[in-house]
Structure formats: structure tokens, C-alpha cells
Design a protein around this ligand. Structure first.
Ligand SMILES: Nc1ncnc2c1ncn2[C@@H]1O[C@H](COP(=O)(O)OP(=O)(O)OP(=O)(O)O)[C@@H](O)[C@H]1O
Length: 387
């Protein structure tokens, strides 16, 4: 693919049409996540030298559905629980409680977390993960062939010739030359290593793929190639993606829907276009406002989030976002808002979603000006008088 060097990522992605799954397929959930909780012991899992007594609720009672063949993106700041949630879905780590109901091809729904050995064997190859760091996620002592074929060998059931056929097919589809298969990962660039990681994840022909910051470590031009590759493969195999990213400018172009996470909770889940056009949660508004936009001429006031992300071991009372929210009232300090459906079916966890008229962007290009919106202090006063 030839790319003009001065093109933005947005323009590059727009060169290919988005995937166009039939409407009725998009509507079918392939996974229902119900009341999922993941707590870590309070020692930071070796990440922190300080011993913290309280457990860290990295995923704090999360429920949502993933529709068949859609791309659902999961966004939020570092530490909000995206990776933990993604890894729970593939059982890379065991959740503390909850359900991950996986819908089989025959229509049966099975809780993957309580699957029998036989059910696990049937479901697990169908749910795969692509990792962020192509440098550390590949075993340096294995050849590319061994790396890609490993899941097939682990799950069993295929002859040597069938494995060989699958490996060569997926290598070709991910743009890997057959001569690469004999070589070791250190011989490759970041983009090529990510292609190896993708080939490894897709060799089992999964139905659901969790892409965890799959392009974050790559240059912008390589990001566009990898995203286009993922989109092409999604169309070909009718796969469902849960695309984890902190980068809204990437997510915007691949998502059917977007879930926004804050401190272990989903606080908004919307159709992607609607979310960018008019966010419903003040945190989403701030994330959109702070995302990079390609056109330096666009004068738009950025919303600077106040303060740090609170410690997930002792989340704030009421709405977890309230200490950083410009629109907060005493209700927000006391009562945690449920994730609830609005009239149009969008989900939001904010007491004032109906009243706030939050600002989005039309296309990361000229966006609605924040100056034209009600300023946060006046909204705050108005809302205070309501409670
Ligand atoms: N193994 C672990 N033991 C203890 N705490 C953990 C462990 N892994 C993650 N955490 C904590 O759980 C919370 C969520 O982390 P997680 O990595 O899931 O977030 P994230 O949104 O994916 O962030 P990032 O993009 O930085 O990876 C953080 O407070 C993190 O410190």
C-alpha cells in the first residue's frame, strides 16, 4: 500500500471503506458480560513497592454485550482496567466473580468462566488476544513458524499437514513472506512482528479477538497498515473485535460502538459516531476534547481534567468521576449513578446526562466550539439548584 508521507492517520484510514456487516448480524450479541469483577490483592501485584491493604478492584461490576461481527472499542486513561477486563474475557486471568456468556454457533450460550473441560476446549480457540508490545509478546527462541503454529498445537485436533496449511494461509493473509517462517522474531521490524502476533492470534480462526493496544507501539504509517489489515481480516472471517486503546483518534475509525471506562467501571457505551458528535458523560467529553486533532487551525478550547486518577483501591464516594467533574453536585458526591439506557439506547452513568449539553467533534476537524456551550460553572450552579 503506498501512503503519502504527509497524510494523517485519519486520512490514511479513510482510504478504505469501513467494514459493512449486515445489520441483523451486528445486532446479535456473541458475548454477554454480566457483573464482572476482578480484584487484585492490595500489594500492587509487584507493580508497587508500597504495601496497600485494600484490594484493587480493577474491574468493578461491569456488564455489557458484544455484538456479533462488530468492533467494540474500550477506551479510558491508563490504569482504568481495560487490559484486566480484556484478559478476563479470554481467561488469561480468572475474574473474581461474574459471567462471560459466550454464544456458540448453534445458539447455545455458555458461561465461559464455568465451562466444563470439553466446553472450554470448544470455546477457547474461538477467543484470542493480540497484545500491545510486538517486541515482548513473541518468544525470541521460537521461529516464526513455531510461534504461529503454537496455538494449533496446544489446542490439538489437527494433523501436521493441516497445521502447515493453516500457518501458510494465515502468514500469506497477514502479509508475511513464506521465507520469514524459518526466521526468529528479532530479525523483524515492529510492524512485521505485529503481523506475526496477528497471524498467531488468528490461526485458530477465532470468532472474538481482543486487541489490546494492538497498534500503540507502532509508527503512525505502520499503525494505518496494521489497522487496515485487521479490518480486512475482520470482513473476511466475520470476526468480532474488542479493541482496547487509549487513543481516540485510532478508535474513531474502526469502531461500531465505543465503551468508555473510568476507574473499573463502564461510564458510557454508545454508537461511535453519536459518542463523538455528542458525548453523554463529562469524562467522555474531556477525553474527546483532549484528543489530538489534525487541523491546527481548529481553535477549540480543551477541557483539562482536574487532578489525578484516584486510587482504585479506595475509589471516591458516589460517582467515581465526581472529584474531577466540572458539573458535579452534592448528589454526585453521595450517590453512584447506574449505567442506564437513554431514549436512543445509548448507555450512560451520569445523573445529569439529560440536562448536560456536552460538546463533541464532527470529524476531529472543525468541531463545535466549546465557547458556544454553556460554561461549566453556570451548568454547575443550575444543577445545584435542581437537587
Ligand atoms: N497483577 C496485578 N496486581 C495488582 N494490581 C494490578 C495488577 N494488574 C493491574 N493492576 C492494577 O489494576 C488497575 C487496572 O490496571 P489495567 O492494567 O487493567 O488498566 P489499563 O486501563 O489497561 O491501563 P494500562 O493501559 O496502563 O495498562 C490498575 O490500578 C493497576 O495498577
Amino acid at each position: 500500500m503506498s501512503l503519502m508521507p504527509e497524510q494523517t492517520l485519519e486520512q490514511r484510514l479513510d482510504q478504505k471503506p469501513g467494514h459493512g456487516m449486515p445489520e441483523q448480524m451486528l445486532e446479535q450479541p456473541i458475548m454477554d458480560v454480566v457483573n464482572l469483577v476482578k480484584e487484585y490483592d492490595g500489594d500492587g501485584g509487584g507493580r508497587s513497592l508500597k504495601r496497600v491493604a485494600a484490594p484493587v478492584r480493577a474491574v468493578a461490576d461491569v456488564s455489557f454485550s458484544i455484538r456479533r461481527a462488530e468492533t467494540l472499542s474500550l477506551v479510558g486513561e491508563s490504569g482504568c482496567g481495560k487490559t484486566t477486563l480484556g484478559r478476563c474475557l479470554v481467561r488469561g486471568i480468572e475474574p473474581t466473580s461474574g459471567q462471560v456468556n459466550y454464544r456458540m454457533e448453534d445458539g447455545r450460550s455458555i458461561d465461559f468462566l464455568k465451562a466444563t473441560k470439553q466446553e472450554y476446549k470448544a470455546i477457547r480457540p474461538g477467543i484470542q488476544m493480540i497484545f500491545q508490545d510486538p517486541y515482548s509478546s513473541l518468544n525470541p527462541r521460537m521461529t516464526v513458524y513455531e510461534i504461529i503454529s503454537e496455538p494449533l498445537r496446544a489446542f490439538g485436533g489437527l494433523s501436521k499437514a493441516e497445521i502447515d496449511e493453516r500457518v501458510r494461509t494465515i502468514a500469506g493473509q497477514t502479509g508475511l513472506d513464506p521465507s520469514f517462517l524459518k526466521r526468529y522474531p528479532h530479525a523483524f521490524s515492529g510492524g512485521q512482528r505485529q503481523r506475526i502476533g496477528i497471524a498467531r492470534a488468528l490461526v485458530t480462526r477465532p470468532k472474538v479477538v481482543v486487541c489490546d493496544e494492538a497498534v500503540s507501539a507502532l509508527d503512525v504509517s505502520v499503525q494505518a497498515q496494521i489497522i487496515n489489515l485487521l479490518k480486512d481480516l475482520q470482513q473476511q472471517y466475520e470476526m468480532t473485535y474488542l479493541f482496547i486503546s487509549h487513543d481516540l483518534s485510532v478508535v474513531k475509525h474502526i469502531s461500531d460502538r465505543i465503551a468508555v471506562m473510568y476507574l473499573g467501571k463502564i461510564i458510557e457505551l454508545s454508537d461511535a459516531k453519536a459518542l463523538f458528535r455528542q458525548p453523554l458523560h463529562p469524562y467522555t467529553e474531556a477525553l474527546i476534547s483532549s484528543a489530538p486533532r489534525p487541523d491546527p487551525e481548529v481553535k477549540k478550547e480543551r477541557i483539562i481534567l482536574q487532578g489525578e486518577v484516584p486510587n482504585p483501591a479506595s475509589p471516591p464516594s458516589g460517582c467515581r468521576f465526581h472529584p474531577r467533574c466540572a458539573y458535579r453536585t452534592s448528589l454526585c458526591e453521595q450517590t453512584e449513578p447506574e449505567l442506564r439506557a437513554m431514549k436512543d439506547g445509548r448507555l450512560v452513568a451520569c445523573h445529569y446526562a439529560e440536562e448536560l449539553n456536552l460538546q463533541g467533534v464532527s470529524a476531529f476537524g472543525p468541531g463545535a466550539s466549546l465557547e458556544s456551550s454553556r460554561n461549566s460553572a453556570s451548568v454547575q450552579q443550575e444543577l445545584a439548584s435542581l437537587v
